[in-house]
Each structure stands twice: as C-alpha cells, then as structure tokens.
Write a protein that binds this ligand. Structure first.
Ligand code: ZN
Ligand code: ZN
Length: 308
C-alpha cells in the first residue's frame, strides 16, 4: 500500500504556506476551520499530545478534531496548566517520535502511568473533566508492527470498554478517564495465514476507499484498515483523487494493478476465492475485475515476451 501513500502525498493540494521554504521557522498558521470539531451536542473531550506539532491538545473524542479552548470557557489557571503539560509532555513525546538515543527513555516515561508527564496529564484531564467529560489519551506503541490493543487498563487492569462513536475504534477506562486506540490486533488468531481471506478483506477495503459514493466515514475506516496514513489531509487528497476526472485514469490503473496482484496470489494458491461472509457484492465485482485485470496484465506481459 506504499504506492497509495506516496501518490496521496504527491497529489495533495498543497497549502499556500508550504510553498514558503521557511515555513518551519515561522509561527504556525491558525487551525483551519475543517480541523475544528463541529459535532452536535457536547461529545466527550480527550487531552491528547501532538508532540508539539500543534498548540491545542484538547480534542473531540468523537471526530478527533480540535475543540477551541474558548468554547470551554477555560479559566486562566486552566490555560496555564494545560499549556504547561503540553510543553513538558510534548517534549518527551517528540523525543519518542525522533527515534534517536532518547527514544527508549521517552517511551518508558510515556508508558508508565506514574511518570511525571502522565500524572500531570491525568491532573489536567480532571480539570477539563469538571467542564465536560474528558479522557486522557494514554500513549501506546501503536506504530510497532506487532502492536496489539490492550484489553485491560494499564493502571488497575480493569477491562477497557469500546467507544465506537469515533472515527476510529477507541477503548476507554471510565474509572481512570483514560483512552487508548482500539482495533489493533495481530493476525495470528484462527486462520493465521490465509492469503485468500486477507486478500478478500483487502479488496473490499480498496473498493470502499475508491468508491466515491461511500460515506466519508466508511472510506476513512477502510483506509485505516489498509494501513494508510492517519493524516486527514492525505485522506482528503485521496478522496479528491477518486472524484477527479483527470486523475481517474491513473487511479484506475493503480487499482487495476493492485487487483491484478491480488488475483495473481489467489490463482497462485490454486484454491477458489472465499467470498466475504455476507456474499459481499462489492467483493464479487472486485474479484471479477481482479481476474480481468490479471488476464489483461498477463496478456500484456506475454506480448512483451516477459513470461514463458
Ligand atoms: Zn467533534
Ligand atoms: Zn483504569
């Protein structure tokens, strides 16, 4: 899926400030309106570090976007407390992200519920919780290949509860007001190495991402399942790509190629295609398209004398 990620970056509509080679040394531009929570009602908050890449660590649990501090009528002492935590925690968070000599230490701090940046984070979350239900986003090494979401709270080991109203799965501990990312599991349960099953899932997700009729949420979810970037700008670029007529040909070629690879692996295995549990029509169509793309590609390769 690396191809996809690359293309998205290349085709993204670049904000004007990006054309300024010095932008990294200049003040951050204000958060664009479409990155500010516009959820109806008052969904819960989460205090979430962005490793000093953003200034406001108050986010919406539901849409993941920023909740402007003025909306919460924070006191001056609340603002001071939040800003202090953001700077200290953010510094450690940056060291973890930087993967340099301090990574191991930073990680141990972030994973330890009793470390100073975490104790302060829980304290700041409690302040926000007095205004609106607020959870503390507790660091987990999700970027690790073998990462699996926790089933119990890292503090008192009580079972975590799924929060499914968000744009991605999250797990909550109500007692400790803690939130972590859900939905990470290793593919080693039940059928550990069934490429057909995996390819089917892949084809369905690919179809949803490329389907301009699908809802944004469905496409974001599918993109996540494919391991695509978490960056909302990348998603926006992808959606634009899927609907842009001039890009349609490139997209079709890329999807066709990906499908041809799926079909190749399925055929190579010599077993019939296992359809999705609900006889998913999307999957059937895509499987057919995959075989067509495979045939086309094979014929093309033969014509060029590259296969025996
Ligand atoms: Zn929201
Ligand atoms: Zn807990």
């Amino acid at each position: 899926m690396r191809i996809w990620c690359k293309r998205i970056t290349e085709q993204a509509t670049r904000p004007t400030w990006l054309s300024d080679p010095y932008f990294k040394l200049k003040p951050l531009p204000p958060t664009p309106d479409d990155e500010i929570c516009s959820c109806p009602g008052n969904p819960p908050l989460k205090l979430m570090s962005t490793a000093l890449l953003g200034e406001n660590p108050i986010h919406c649990l539901r849409c993941n976007l920023e909740v402007p501090p003025e909306r919460l009528r924070l006191s001056a002492s609340d603002v001071d407390a939040i800003a202090h935590w953001r700077t200290v925690y953010g510094a450690i968070d940056s060291l973890e992200l930087d993967s340099g000599p301090y990574e191991g230490w930073a990680r141990s701090q972030l994973l330890d519920p009793t470390s100073p940046p975490n104790l302060e984070g829980f304290e700041v979350s409690r302040r926000l919780n007095a205004i609106r239900r607020c959870y503390f986003w507790f660091f987990q090494p999700e970027a690790d290949d073998d990462y699996e979401s926790l089933s119990v709270c890292p503090i008192y080991k009580e079972p975590l509860v799924a929060y499914d109203d968000g744009i991605f799965p999250q797990l909550l501990c109500e007692r400790d007001s803690l939130v972590i990312a859900g939905g990470y599991r290793r593919d080693d349960d039940e059928e550990p190495d069934d490429p057909t099953e995996r390819m089917n899932e892949f084809a369905v997700n690919l179809a949803v991402v490329a389907d301009s009729q699908a809802s944004r949420d469905a496409r974001v979810e599918a993109a996540r399942s494919l391991g695509m970037s978490n960056d909302t700008r990348a998603w926006d670029a992808l959606f634009a790509l899927a609907t842009d007529q001039s890009a349609a040909e490139v997209l079709a070629r890329e999807v066709g190629q990906a499908l041809a690879e799926i079909a190749y692996r399925i055929r190579d295995r010599g077993k019939p295609v296992v359809r999705g549990q609900d006889e998913n029509f999307l999957l059937r169509d895509f499987t057919e398209a995959a075989f067509a793309a495979y045939d086309l590609r094979t014929a093309e390769l033969k014509r060029h004398g590259q296969t025996e």
